[in-house]
Structure formats: structure tokens, C-alpha cells
Design a protein around this ligand. Structure first.
Ligand code: FES
Ligand code: FES
Length: 160
């Protein structure tokens, strides 16, 4: 049975008529055109579909749409302010922390969730916090370096 679910997506109020058993990932990609969030495994194992839900990183393939009612979702499309990229996006570009880029939106969103919880992580804390996000291209070292760079930049600005 269809139901209406309302939530905030990248700072805008949205309301969708959906079956409650559809995933957040399906809804944002298929109905709301936010295709930056990727479908990787669909099983909660790869992290390609990571978004923020109320400022916590979550795997959108594993979240039922009905469970995000009245919550605040941020996807990769919600990070830049106009033409100005978020410091994590900038750091990934500066350090070339990607190859094919498929894992990158999920990596960046997971990194943001990590830095919201812990704005000054050690290298090991970054490695541990990112270890469940998979990169088939093996860009892990540069990803960790990019998160270190972004953390420094974000701490300068005191804005996440
Ligand atoms: S697509 Fe969600 S964890 Fe892989
Ligand atoms: S850059 Fe290709 S999967 Fe990570």
C-alpha cells in the first residue's frame, strides 16, 4: 500500500508517495534524481550508497524509506555551496583520491560523518572509520590523506 513519507533532502522539504518497503537509496536515485549516491552491492557491504541521516553516515540501501520520515538526509549533491565545493570534495580532487570515482560519493559522505563525530581524528581513526567503505580501484592511501587534509581545513573554518 502506498504511503506518503516526508523528509528533508539537502535542505529542501520533500514528500514522496511510496511503498514503505522501498529503500532510501531507490527513492533518492529513482524518484528524486539524486544519482550521485551509488548502488554498489545493495547489501550493506560496500558503502557506495552512504548518505547522512541526521548527521550520521548510513547505508541508504539498508534503510527503509518509511524509517526516514521527518529526518534530514544529506547526499553528495547537498555538500557544495553553489560553485564552492565542500573541503572534503576539494581535498579528494587536490590529492586525486579516486580513479573510476564510483566509490567516491560514499567515501566522502562517510568521511563527513566521521569528521562530524570526530573533527580531529588520528590517521588510525580515519583508517578504522573508513575501513568498511570499499574501493575497487585501491585508492585507499590517497583517500585517507584527503580526509586528513579536509579535517585540517574544516577545523580552520570551524564549519562542517
Ligand atoms: S550499495 Fe549500499 S552498502 Fe553497497
Ligand atoms: S575510485 Fe574506483 S572504486 Fe574507488
Amino acid at each position: 500500500m502506498k504511503q506518503s513519507v516526508s523528509f528533508k533532502l539537502n535542505n529542501q522539504n520533500v514528500s514522496v508517495e511510496v511503498n514503505g518497503d522501498e529503500s532510501l537509496l531507490t527513492i533518492i536515485r529513482t524518484y528524486l534524481d539524486k544519482t550521485g549516491t551509488k548502488f554498489g552491492c545493495g547489501l550493506g557491504d560496500c558503502g557506495a550508497c552512504t548518505v547522512l541521516i541526521d548527521n550520521e553516515a548510513a547505508r541508504s540501501c539498508m534503510i527503509l524509506i518509511e524509517d526516514v520520515a521527518n529526518k534530514e538526509i544529506i547526499t553528495i549533491e547537498g555538500l557544495a555551496t553553489g560553485e564552492i565545493l565542500h573541503p572534503i570534495q576539494k581535498a579528494f580532487i587536490t590529492l586525486d583520491a579516486l580513479q573510476c570515482g564510483f566509490c567516491t560519493p560514499g567515501m566522502i559522505m562517510n568521511a563527513l560523518g566521521l569528521l562530524i563525530k570526530n573533527p580531529t581524528p588520528t590517521r588510525n581513526e580515519i583508517i578504522n572509520g573508513m575501513e568498511d567503505n570499499l574501493c575497487r580501484c585501491g585508492s585507499y592511501n590517497r583517500i585517507v590523506e584527503a580526509i586528513e587534509m579536509a579535517a585540517k581545513e574544516m577545523n580552520k573554518k570551524v564549519k562542517i
